[in-house]
Design a protein around this ligand. Structure first.
Ligand SMILES: [Zn+2]
Length: 282
């Protein structure tokens, strides 16, 4: 059975996201380690690390917690300054996540804008290697997330994502996160043969049966529109049909699935969406 959870607020400290996860009955958790639209982050005190780790054990989500890197990062930018800053922040995130015992840091690979795609991919590949090497052995894994593909975004497909990883990093230091809303926007018909194509590419290019993390978002956008808009499962085009298929797919047996939706007051919308998924998985 997949491990169901959500992206939850870490306002007031990372451990608070674990408390929220516990109150929502989450079996997996994603959080930001700094405000997603800001470069700067307050230092992570050792006391906060201990508090987080203890909370994760007692909430039963130890080893199933993930961070999402800030949206500002762009490893593929042709602006050297921005690229360097992005690597510095990514290294910090990977190390922080390692201290907290997280299973991975999710990253959007970046965008080459209007420029040449091949050079953008080469910049991204070099920056991924640099960040992972610099982060060191105690860092968490880097999980490259598939994108819908708007405005020169790189990494629309599992095979494209694999191009950012030098063969030497295929030792668990770099993995994949996929998002059903992004896959749909990227043109995978998840109600038709798209899901099999996704898993086929993962097997071929990553030697994986399932991604390390899945963002279980529904979406209201058109198939292949390259747009990215999240909706709670059952409130978009994917609906029960896709999510029931996902939840009963033996290849995704213990895969963590997190929702990225507006949580509502007291995370009421997260609780409602998780209850729906649990019903559909029976
Ligand atoms: Zn993301």
């Amino acid at each position: 059975m997949a491990r169901l959870g959500a992206h939850l607020s870490a306002a007031g400290g990372a451990w608070r996201a674990v408390e929220a996860a516990r109150s929502c009955g989450c079996e997996a958790l994603q959080l930001f380690l700094r405000a997603p639209g800001r470069w700067a982050a307050a230092a992570l005190a050792e006391a906060d690390v201990v508090r987080f780790r203890e909370a994760a054990v007692s909430a039963g989500v130890e080893g199933l917690c993930f961070a999402h890197a800030p949206y500002l990062l762009n490893l593929a930018s042709d602006d050297e300054n921005l690229r360097d800053r992005s690597v510095v922040v990514l290294v910090e995130e990977l190390r922080r996540a390692g201290r907290l015992g997280l299973a991975g840091v999710v990253l959007h690979p970046g965008s080459g804008g209007e420029g040449d795609r091949v050079s953008a991919e080469a910049r991204c590949r070099a920056a991924v290697s640099e960040a992972v090497e610099r982060a060191g052995d105690s860092a968490a894994a880097l999980l490259l997330e598939g994108q819908a593909g708007a405005g020169g975004q790189l990494g629309r497909t599992p095979s494209e994502l694999a191009r950012f990883v030098e063969p030497g990093l295929r030792d668990g230091r770099v993995g994949v996160c996929l998002d059903s809303a992004h896959l749909w926007g990227a043109g995978y018909d998840l109600l038709g043969d798209g899901w099999e194509r996704v898993l086929g590419e993962l097997a071929e290019h990553w030697q994986l049966a399932a991604p390390q993390l899945f963002h279980g978002n529904d979406t209201t956008v058109e198939l292949g529109s390259r747009r990215d808009r999240h909706a709670p499962p059952g409130e978009g085009r994917l609906g029960r049909r896709f999510f029931s298929k996902l939840l009963s797919d033996a290849r995704c047996g213990d895969m963590p699935i997190v929702l990225e939706i507006p949580p509502g007051d007291g995370n009421v919308l997260v609780k409602k969406a998780l209850a729906r998924l649990r019903r559909w998985s029976r």
